[in-house]
Design a protein around this ligand. Structure first.
Ligand code: PMP
Length: 423
């Protein structure tokens, strides 16, 4: 039970002080906990006008200002914004938008969405079906039809590619998938710039540019799921822009408000937004809390903090501090790979470094538990991968403390016995 937070520190109900290396537990708290300026922005807006929906014909000044700010920060002609309450709603919106884009141009067969194994896109039926994490696939009843999964880029597990260059293999597979489904039946591909919930998996540099080129050739849209990566997590406002995705639709949430209010934003290119406006019937889609003025006011204050305090730059520093602090762990037999991308880290634990066979998820969970109980450091395992996504206000001393705690616990990890040995 977490009851209080300041900066990168939180307290649990038993009064224990903990270092939050997960940013609110789930890659959220970009500006850290307990920020007065965000509380004041919320209070001022609630006093003025807590909420008035943008679902129908109304709007409000805060959502308009935030849409403009996002358009200014977003790459190229990504200039239009649709607000949701979070990531899953955003992904579902993006899927609908991609289909609508083609349907309004007369291509009503373009319904397939290509997603990837190891991808995480949310928990609603649409976003959940696009998710490729097996543990999360136990939907109640049939999943959404017309979603196909392809292999992700996972350089550490080169065995997936049978000795071939990973990008060559993946492009060949994608091309074969497009051929099998028929390009004329495919609306979009969706992917996270780096896979987050799948275990912080970073693609080779040429992956996204080559995927983008192939999709463009077939008239298929690209949706970047930036729910984790946007707003500084990897050092940029939008990670997809620095990774060569050139996305048509960008889904964001989490860091948009640093979790101080539930809010998501689906950004899109003008040409995607234009088809919505061009239809003879309107695109009847929205939510009670679409364009929530209080959430948008908090987001504006949050973006100010990110910019004014240089937290995008700090994200890269955090990555450097953690990389240096974690380096001794790379020598341990149970550590397969340490992946760092700004303030996001995945430490993949292996039962056998030669075969790269992963440890049982319970063992990675035992590491996270030990870090909590003995070092008062909050981390999480995603399967066999121990993940860090700290607030972007983490300082060097905190980063080094977290890293040395992790190295200490991992040095006691006994894979054969299936436990963390007592200290
Ligand atoms: N996409 C990605 C990449 C995510 O990491 C998440 C949440 N972890 C979502 C979508 C879903 O967002 P939400 O939980 O806000 O619905």
């Amino acid at each position: 039970m977490i009851v209080r937070g300041v900066g990168s520190t939180v307290w649990d109900a038993e009064g224990r002080e903990l270092l939050d290396m997960l940013g609110g537990g789930i890659w959220v708290a970009q500006v850290g906990h307990g920020r007065r300026e965000l509380a004041e922005a919320a209070a001022a807006q609630i006093t003025e006008l807590a909420h008035f929906t943008s679902f129908f014909e109304f709007g409000n000044d805060k959502s308009a200002l935030l849409a403009q700010r996002l358009a200014d920060l977003a790459p190229g002609d990504v200039n239009r914004v649709f607000f949701t309450s979070g990531g899953s709603e955003g992904v579902d919106t993006a899927i609908k938008l991609a289909r609508l884009f083609h349907h309004r141009r007369g291509q009503t067969e373009r319904n397939w969405i290509i997603a990837r194994h190891f991808g995480y896109h949310g928990a609603t039926y649409g976003s959940g079906t696009a998710t490729g994490i097996p543990d999360m696939q136990h939907a109640v009843g049939p999943n959404l039809p017309h979603i196909e999964k392809v292999t992700p880029p996972y350089p550490y597990h080169s065995e997936m590619y049978g000795g071939e260059d990973p990008t060559d293999f993946l492009l060949r597979e994608l091309e074969a998938t497009i051929e099998r489904l028929g390009a004329e039946n495919i609306a979009a591909m969706i992917g996270e710039p780096i896979l987050g919930g799948g275990g912080v998996i970073i693609p080779p540099e040429d992956y996204w540019p080559r995927v983008r080129e192939l999709l463009t050739g077939h008239g298929i849209l690209l949706i970047a799921d930036e729910v984790i990566t946007a707003f500084g997590r990897t050092g940029a406002w939008f990670d997809s822009a620095q990774r060569g995705m050139d996305a048509d639709i960008i889904v964001t949430a989490k860091g948009l408000t640093s979790g101080y209010q539930p809010l998501g934003a689906v950004l899109m290119r003008d040409r995607v937004a234009d088809v919505m406006a061009a239809g003879t019937d309107s695109f009847f889609h929205g939510h009670t809390y679409s364009g929530h003025p209080t959430a948008c006011a908090v987001a504006l204050a949050n973006l100010d903090v990110l910019a004014n305090e240089g937290l995008l730059r700090r994200s890269l520093d955090i990555g450097d501090w953690l990389r240096a602090g974690l380096a001794p762990a790379a020598e341990l037999p149970a550590v397969g790979e340490i992946r760092v991308e700004g303030a996001t880290v995945g430490i993949e634990l292996v039962a056998n470094p030669q075969t790269r066979e992963p440890v049982a998820p319970d063992l990675a969970l035992a590491v996270a538990d030990e870090l909590y109980d003995n070092h008062r450091v909050i981390t999480r395992n995603y399967g066999p991968v121990l993940v860090l996504s700290p607030p972007l206000v983490l300082d060097e001393q905190q980063a080094r403390r977290a890293a040395s705690a992790i190295v200490e616990v991992l040095s006691r990890l006994d894979v054969k016995a299936g436990r963390v040995n007592p200290s």
